[in-house]
Design a protein around this ligand. Sequence first.
Ligand code: SF4
Ligand code: SF4
Length: 184
Amino acid sequence: MSDRDERYYAAQLNMQTCSRRGLFRGLWSGVSKPVKTQAGLAAKRTVPRPPTAVDEGLLTRLCDGCGKCEEACPQRIISMIESQPTLSLDGGACTECGECQRACPTLALANTSPDKLPFTGAIATLSGMCIRQMSAPCQSCTEACPHQAIDTVNRSIAINTDKCSGCAQCRVACPAHAIQMVMQ
Ligand code: SF4
Ligand code: SF4
């Protein structure tokens, strides 16, 4: 087993131990607080990350802050903030090229389960005026979305948040600047 695999599994095990501790703490602290599941214990992502980043708790353990993903990103949207990779989706979009994951020497960006959509932690929302409201035949966002998460509906659009990976390609494509990325 390679050194990086050992680090990954050690971190996973550590997470599971923490989860079990959390479960018992929950049981002993009465019913006023809901008992959290292992998934529920995952720290909430507060900033967008590269789309294959592992859960926040695990990321803290696995990422050593080397910045190789930042150097590898062809879109130049990764910045190391507090020694962890953060995406700037206001300045561009993630093409989900996978270069950051390939450049990462640890398994911090190795969340590639086949049944899990890549996810930056942000989702697209319609926040301005879609020009379809003025009968323009625009479908730029629909065409730009790599996950078919946007449908055109009458004089607007509908974003399916379950399919959205938070890549921001629709935001960049929208000629009316009507789409914003917000943290889920
Ligand atoms: S997947 Fe590609 S475009 Fe997206 S953050 Fe990683 S390197 Fe950049
Ligand atoms: S809806 Fe926008 S942000 Fe979401 S996956 Fe499609 S293009 Fe990317």
